[in-house]
Design a protein around this ligand. Structure first.
Ligand code: SF4
Length: 237
């Protein structure tokens, strides 16, 4: 689907979110700052002019079988939520699924991984079991017709499916993610992008991972993240 970028909207969003994220990270650290950034991101998406066109509904879970990107700050936020909210049996199930998925992904090429459906370990009975702390990338789904999402699920190797989406939601959501990444990186924290299962498996086997992250050291040794590929880099203030 073609659309024209709203440059003024993106610039304004990047500038405001960057200011807020820098202030929050400097004052309270990256984990508390992320919690506030998630709230702002949700508010911005809800206020988008085309938000009421979104097709995303409880029980619609096609996108929860695609590759999910996370940053270390999100991994520690979700782990904290799981530790506090999940029963021991639910934790054991999640981590078993995380380990199985990460082993599967480790045996695949990047291309094969991008063209295979794998259920997110946090998807339970077609609902997100970590909804309040779900990753930023999950908050940014912007499809206006779930038929396209279902087509991508049914035919994961077909990269030409181009579902209809809400342009303002897309631009606002991505501006928030990118501004927070830049603020994290500027402050010296790991802002790399990791595949969700691999990052959780790494965090589970490294008790000191959170301490490393807080000390501004990449926390998932043996797991290579990717520098964020910023789409709006040239619009940053
Ligand atoms: S974290 Fe939640 S919203 Fe995101 S893919 Fe998993 S189940 Fe879906």
């Amino acid at each position: 689907m073609e659309f024209t970028l709203d440059i003024a909207l993106i610039r304004q969003t990047l500038k405001r979110e960057l200011q807020d994220a820098r202030a929050d990270i400097g004052r309270d650290g990256p984990i508390s700052a992320l919690a506030r950034a998630l709230t702002r991101q949700d508010q911005a998406i809800r206020a988008a002019k085309d938000a009421d066109l979104l097709a995303c509904r409880p029980g619609c879970d096609w996108c929860c079988h695609f590759t999910i990107d996370v940053r270390a700050a999100e991994v520690f936020t979700i782990r904290h939520f799981v530790d506090r909210q999940f029963t021991d049996a639910a934790k054991a199930r999640v981590y078993a699924e995380v380990r199985a998925n990460s082993q599967l992904f480790a045996s695949m090429s990047e291309e094969a991984r991008a063209t295979q459906n794998v259920k997110c370990p946090f998807l339970v009975d077609r609902q997100c079991s970590i909804y309040p702390v779900r990753p930023q990338s999950c908050r940014n789904y912007h499809a206006t017709d779930a038929v396209g999402c279902e087509q991508s699920y049914q035919d994961p190797e077909n990269q030409d499916i181009d579902p209809e989406f809400a342009p303002e939601v897309y631009q606002l959501g991505l501006s928030h993610v990118e501004a927070f990444s830049v603020a994290l990186r500027e402050a010296g924290y790991d802002a790399d992008v990791y595949e969700l299962n691999g990052a959780f498996a790494a965090a589970e086997t490294l008790p000191e991972a959170r301490l490393l992250f807080d000390s501004k050291i990449k926390p998932f040794s043996g797991l290579i993240g990717e520098e964020p590929d910023l789409q709006f880099d040239d619009l940053l203030p």
